[in-house]
Design a protein around this ligand. Structure first.
Ligand SMILES: Cc1ncc(COP(=O)(O)O)c(C=O)c1O
Length: 338
């Protein structure tokens, strides 16, 4: 048995999802004629309380279009120090938008509003003007941390007072809503733009969405084209995302339960687990993490070494209770031999 705990992006589409894809009604989406894409864009925009949605292939493209739409070259954007666009988007913000990135240190991916207030410098000829403030929820490198809707509202209100636009990287916003048993709406409300992914916990093979006010989304559509993200009969993929919303969204709580089980048992086995998981991620510290990951993989458990001393485990649709039990057996054996 192989249990792949590296990421929630490793899921494979189920027969039901594949069938929805095969039967999707399609048209040329660059002409705005794909009914399945149009319906998904409207559905997600409504779910997140925004005027319009734009279907894009990846979360990276969604974030980068959001940054490009709301800045001009030479502007500054404010991100938490562990944010995805800084760590994992290949330096795209510098190339595509020509912006400088100002990193603010949070705790487990969560910023203090006062820090944001102090970070925005008054207009001065020496400064790159700060234009956009981004939040990531859940905060991936922060440990899958869930940021409450109230805290997010406080952060955005400080940013807005300073004249900044606000973007939410909600690749796993579904998990934040599931964990807090709340609707998506209050989590999205304080932001101008929100990106969400269907290819993580929701189990679709491809697909993300950027939502926001109509004039911004018109601009976003142009930048999507510029980046080569205008796709044609892409309803085949949108159908998978639509299926994921109907069938897989309610299952996220199971991923969260399994993450908690893993965390508890790993702690009991003596692994240096970080804080209790708030969503579907478990992090622990281990010396020479890459070597440990290689040893675990040789015994059928795949996990991600982040740097030299940190391991990440992520639960998802393809990890069952039996998979968790199996993984824990392998961890127990590995622990005895360390
Ligand atoms: C928080 C966050 N934002 C954005 C992305 C980018 O998504 P994609 O891999 O679809 O480009 C990821 C990917 O894991 C992510 O974790």
């Amino acid at each position: 048995m192989i249990v792949d705990l590296r990421s929630d992006t490793v899921t494979r589409p189920t027969p039901g999802m594949r069938s929805a894809m095969a039967n999707a009604e399609v048209g040329d989406d660059v002409f705005g004629e794909d009914p399945t894409v149009n319906a998904l864009e409207a559905r997600v925009a409504t779910l997140l309380g925004k005027e319009e949605g734009l279907f894009v292939p990846t979360g990276t493209m969604a974030n980068q279009i959001a940054i490009r739409c709301q800045t001009e070259p030479g502007d500054e954007i404010l991100l938490e120090a562990d944010a995805h666009p800084f760590h994992y988007e290949a330096g795209a913000a510098a190339v595509i938008s020509g912006v400088t990135i100002r990193l603010l240190q949070g705790v487990r991916g969560v910023l203090d509003p006062e820090l944001v207030r102090q970070a925005v410098r008054p207009p001065n000829v020496h400064h790159a003007p700060a234009r956009l403030f981004c939040v990531e929820n859940t905060a991936n490198r922060g440990g899958g941390t869930v940021i409450s809707a109230d805290h997010v509202a406080r952060l955005c209100s400080v940013a807005r007072e300073a004249g900044l636009s606000c973007h939410l990287d909600g690749a796993r916003l579904w998990n934040a809503a599931a964990a807090t048993k709340t609707a998506l709406l209050p989590h999205a409300a304080p932001f101008d733009t929100v990106s969400v992914c269907f290819s993580k916990g929701l189990g679709a093979p491809v697909g993300s969405m950027l939502v926001g006010p109509r004039p911004l989304m018109t601009r976003a559509r142009r930048f999507r084209k510029m980046l080569g993200g205008g796709m044609r009969q892409v309803g085949i993929l949108a159908a998978a995302c639509d299926y994921a919303l109907d069938h897989n969204l309610p299952l996220l709580v199971e991923d969260h339960r399994r993450a908690r089980t893993l965390w508890q048992a790993l702690g009991d086995q003596g692994w240096a687990v970080e804080q209790a998981p708030e969503s579907n991620m478990v992090y622990f510290r281990a010396p020479d993490a890459p070597a440990l990951a290689a040893r675990l993989e040789s015994r059928g458990v795949r996990c991600l070494a982040l740097g030299w001393d940190r391991i990440r485990l992520v639960t998802h649709l393809d990890v069952t209770d039996a998979g968790v039990d199996h993984a824990l057996g392998v961890f127990a054996t590995a622990r005895e031999s360390t």
